[in-house]
Design a protein. Structure first.
Length: 76
């Protein structure tokens, strides 16, 4: 698994993309059900991340402190 702070959601986004490709030639009903499921998951876009200058771990780009070493981060 990735060291991305939202690794599970990121993995789900990848699976959603794979399934959309697999359903490209499916009929209307499976695609409609899939579209409803994707809406219900409400994953949103992949969040932006950046490396901490102190420890190098990945964290959310908008964070003001590192979630690992608590170093203050410059505004993104």
């Amino acid at each position: 698994m990735s060291s991305h702070p939202e690794a599970k959601r990121s993995e789900l986004r990848g699976l959603v993309t794979e399934m959309q490709l697999a359903l490209a030639d499916a009929g209307e009903q499976p695609r409609a059900i899939w579209d409803r499921l994707v809406l219900a998951l409400d994953l949103g876009p992949e969040p932006e991340v950046r490396a901490c200058p102190g420890c190098g771990k990945l964290g959310m780009r908008a964070a003001t402190r590192c979630g690992y070493c608590w170093s203050p981060l410059a505004p993104a």
